[in-house]
Design a protein around this ligand. Sequence first.
Ligand SMILES: C[S@@+](CC[C@H](N)C(=O)[O-])C[C@H]1O[C@@H](n2cnc3c(N)ncnc32)[C@H](O)[C@@H]1O
Length: 262
Amino acid sequence: MIEIDTSKPHPARMYDWYLGGKDNYPVDEAMGKQMLALDPRVPVMAQVNRAFMHRATRWLAKSGVRQFLDIGTGIPTEPNLHQIAQQIAPDARVVYCDNDPIVLAHAAALLRGTDEGTTEYLQADVRSPAAIVEGAKKVLDFSRPVALSLIALLHFVSDEDGAHELVSRLLSELPSGSYLVVTHATADFTPEESRAATEKLKAAGVTLALRSREEFTRFFAGLELVEPGVEVPHHWHPELGEPVPGQDDGVIPGYGAVGRKP
Ligand SMILES: C[S@@+](CC[C@H](N)C(=O)[O-])C[C@H]1O[C@@H](n2cnc3c(N)ncnc32)[C@H](O)[C@@H]1O
């Protein structure tokens, strides 16, 4: 029996609400509305983030990557990462991972139509990297390159929980030619709204660890950044997807980047 806590908002369900999904509860909608009151463009930000995932996955699959480890997967929203990767490379293998029981509840729907052993779901917390690596190895060959995708995840992991160390630990398991893909919210562009959002979420029991450009870039220490480097997400290879309606240069208080392990 999967226990869903509907007494407080959850990031996966709020994100689903921003994207127009149905897998959220009144508590998520209420907090989502508070975020919208601070900045009405939050749903566009969610779509822009999702569109970055589409483009980065396309770029990686076209560059020859055939293995993906996606932590902080979220509630399924089509197209999902495996659908994009496997459209370009039908032999691509994908392991999804999230710690929220609502994502587990949707795992069967997420994996529908996939071949056994090519796409799997792992219920785990990014703060337990050893468990993730052990589970992922059942599907992925860690002697060959893996794209580690942490999209809109790390701003839910505090420095106290060792966000940078966790990323280094996961990367240390991957061979040369592997990639790191990250998007992350920042307070760099909208400090007042960001501070208010962080406080509201904290009062509701949700950690939001916004990071500066410098702190974001540190996730890629020791990696070669893929052109154009650290960017606002909609400026990263826009030619690989359709623009999201309503996006403009002021819209995304976040960063996105892809780095290759030498
Ligand atoms: C904003 S959603 C992003 C979903 C998807 N990656 C995307 O960008 O479209 C963040 C996801 O991270 C998950 N998450 C938050 N903290 C986590 C943790 N400590 N371990 C694993 N997943 C976590 C949430 O449950 C949620 O599904």
